[in-house]
Design a protein around this ligand. Structure first.
Ligand code: CUA
Length: 192
């Protein structure tokens, strides 16, 4: 019988007491130092990173959030796209976006270079807000209202893709954000 084959039930030949190879020691040391660097980066990123959401967060009941979204739509709806309301809120206002299986509601029509407070929440399960083709990603969790201060800096017709698997219709969960060229800022005293 050949003894070279191992079934997994047999012990491999024991060699753990032999000294580790120099290269192995070097790599373990590098990995350990890298772990310490990444560990330190966690608090550093929190204070220094530009990726942190700028805004407020509070608890909200999904039904209460949906009521607020409906109110927002009733107030500022300007059009619709195959039944989905298009909402153009005034500059600087609080704007609302609800995620639910499998839609983003409503379609937001915003102005470039104007700050809004975007309230984002889910009505059912976790969804992922991903603004395409711009690399902005955000977890949308039910029960929480994320008030993000956002200033669109590019005009265009953008898509919101869901990047968190949320069920059978996950792949068709696409929303829309339209950004129009906002007020043109002219040099002080130089009205044109
Ligand atoms: Cu919502 Cu995937």
């Amino acid at each position: 019988m050949a003894t070279e084959t191992h079934t997994g039930l047999e012990c491999p030949p024991a060699a753990w007491w032999k000294p580790a190879h120099k290269a192995e020691k070097v790599w373990v040391s590098i990995a350990f130092v890298w772990c310490l660097i990444l560990f330190a980066m966690m608090p550093i990123w929190h204070w220094k990173g530009g990726q942190n959401p700028s805004g407020i967060r509070s608890r909200v009941e999904p039904t209460a959030f949906m009521e607020r979204v409906q109110e927002f739509i009733t107030q500022y709806q300007v059009d619709d796209d195959r039944g989905m309301p298009i909402v153009a809120p005034p500059p600087g206002s609080d704007i609302y976006l609800a995620a639910f299986s499998f839609q983003w509601m409503p379609i937001l029509k915003l102005q470039k270079n104007v700050e809004y407070t975007l309230h984002l929440s889910s009505l059912d399960v976790n969804h992922g807000f991903s603004l395409y083709p711009i690399n902005i990603n955000f977890q949308v969790v039910p029960g929480y209202d994320y008030g993000l201060r956002v200033t669109p800096n590019a005009s265009g017709d953008f898509r919101i893709i869901c990047n968190e698997f949320c069920g059978i219709g996950h792949h068709v969960m696409v929303g829309r954000v339209i950004v129009e060229d906002g007020p043109v800022t002219t040099p002080a005293g130089g009205a044109q």
